[in-house]
Design a protein around this ligand. Structure first.
Ligand SMILES: Nc1ncnc2c1ncn2[C@@H]1O[C@H](COP(=O)(O)OP(=O)(O)O)[C@@H](O)[C@H]1O
Ligand SMILES: [Mg+2]
Length: 477
């Protein structure tokens, strides 16, 4: 397959912020020079250039932070890094930080260009992105379709976003799998991470394999493969080459990410990081797995402070969807309780909240709640686009896990909550089975008030209930 064919699948581009546009303009000259004179290396500071140039990365960082009067926590916040990362860098535990992390720190510290270069040199990384891309030809491939923009504001997920960014930028992990049931918010989270990384100068490609996890309301896939792609792995290797950057493979399901052999891709593209969104991990060496659980749900209470209630993640998302079709919708005395119970009943699963709120045009929250569990159509989009419903989606996750895990699920689905000890008689290794079910997002901790207890997702419960009916069993068979 010719390189041009692959171009439709991924997008490599540099930061679009005004700051970087200026830098990129300057980089154009650099590239032309390199085309004529070969790769150009920025000279590293020599000891004769004075004590500042020979300072270690840790010392330089501490000095700049002190000059700005920032605490480690403040610097971490500004740089969107973890405070632990800052500590590791300042203590010298991490001596050669990733180029992207140094860029984040330089931005946060508002360093001048020479200071920025000095910091990069101390950390052993080039300040200019193009210097990090030895294989980049003088005329880079034309801009390819952008990764889609996030479909709206990301509610909550601050911790998950930070972990995802840190995994790639600070710790330099080359494969991170964001895992969970369909509709839990994997794509949305990764899109937000992509936005943050691109703003920091990362090259980002987006690949949405044919046959990946798609559902109504799912994002269009501008990075989707052109029809007739024979071997996406080879195509991607050809497009990425030696370049440094990140490739997102979105919707890589159990049968393999649209034919992409991620291990092979990573082997053949040494500068590449890959983030996969999938129902299940890849189980590859070095893979980091980020299991995505549901949004926070409110506690049951007799009285609710409506302002605080509206800030609970699942409620905030439900309200924002309700207001799309009913702009005047507000939490009130007479509907707050139903909204709380609905969000809890739906386990804070974003797609389930979206569908339920969509039906809010027909049924007020109290009626939605009354119908929940009896009317399975509430678990599909009211737009009726004929895509998968949520039960079918969750059934795919159930199908993926090993048989012993399915056995556990069938046993515990109807119990309000249980402990790992309760599984002893069911399977040889209950803790491993529970771990798998948690990673796949099919069960969750029962709540802070019930430590060490777990519960199946309501969707799993409904799936079992539905499959026990004659019609459901026929459908499942
Ligand atoms: N944290 C969130 N804040 C706002 N909307 C969200 C959030 N998580 C998911 N959504 C929305 O829920 C729906 C399902 O999310 P998506 O990322 O497509 O799930 P997945 O990729 O896990 O199937 C999308 O409409 C998405 O925009
Ligand atoms: Mg998705």
């Amino acid at each position: 397959m010719a390189r041009g064919d692959t171009c439709g699948e991924i997008d490599w581009r540099v930061n679009a912020s005004p700051h970087t546009v200026a830098k990129n303009t300057a980089t154009g000259l650099l590239l032309r020079e390199r085309a004529v004179g070969g790769p150009r290396r920025r000279p590293l500071p020599t000891p004769s250039e004075g004590p500042r140039e020979t300072a270690s990365f840790a010392e330089l960082l501490k000095r700049h932070r002190g000059r700005r009067g920032l605490t480690q926590q403040q610097l971490a916040d500004f740089a969107t890094l973890s405070v632990r990362a800052i500590r590791d860098l300042e203590s010298g535990r991490v001596r050669r930080p990733r180029r992207e992390s140094v860029g984040l720190l330089a931005d946060a510290l508002r360093l001048s260009d020479p200071e920025r270069q000095q910091l990069h040199a101390a950390g052993g990384s080039p300040a200019d992105l193009r210097d990090a891309l030895p294989g980049l030809p003088a005329s880079a491939p034309p801009a390819l379709p952008d990764p889609p923009a996030p479909p709206g504001a990301l509610v909550g997920r601050e911790a998950e976003l930070q972990v995802l960014l840190d995994q790639v930028t600070v710790h330099g992990h080359r494969l991170v799998s964001v895992v969970g049931i369909s509709g839990i918010g994997k794509t949305h989270l990764v899109l937000e991470a992509v936005r943050a990384l691109r703003a920091r100068g990362w090259l980002v490609g987006w690949h949405a394999p044919a046959g990946g996890t798609r559902c109504c309301g799912a994002l269009p896939a501008p990075g989707g493969p052109p029809p007739g792609t024979a071997d996406p792995t080879t195509d991607l290797v050809a497009a990425v080459g030696e370049r440094h950057g990140l490739l997102v493979i979105d919707g890589a399901d159990a049968s393999g990410p649209g034919g992409v052999d991620v291990g092979e891709l990573l082997r053949r593209c040494p500068g590449l990081h890959v983030v996969v969104t999938s129902l299940t991990p890849r189980y590859l060496p070095g893979e980091r797995v980020l299991p995505l659980t549901a949004l926070a749900v409110p506690e049951e209470a007799l009285d609710h402070d409506h302002v605080r209630l509206g800030e609970v993640e699942s409620v905030a998302l439900f309200l924002s969807h309700m207001r799309r079709s009913q702009p005047g919708f507000r939490l009130r005395e007479d509907n707050a309780h139903a909204v709380v119970r609905l969000c809890r009943w739906l386990d804070g699963v974003p797609r389930a909240l979206e569908y339920a709120a969509g039906w809010g045009l027909v049924y007020p929250p109290e009626l939605l709640l009354a119908r929940a569990g009896r009317d399975f159509s509430l678990l599909s989009s009211p737009a009726g686009c004929g895509c998968q419903d949520l039960l079918r989606s969750v059934a795919r996750s159930v199908d993926i896990v090993a048989e012993c895990c399915r056995l556990v699920l069938a046993e515990v689905a109807d119990r309000p909550h249980w402990t790992v000890g309760d599984l002893d008689h069911l399977v040889p290794d209950p803790a491993a089975a529970l771990h798998t079910l948690l990673v796949h997002g099919l069960v969750r901790p029962a709540g802070a008030h019930l430590p060490e207890r777990f519960t199946a997702l309501q969707l799993v419960r409904l799936l079992h209930a539905r499959d026990r009916t004659p019609a459901g069993a026929a459908r499942a068979g």
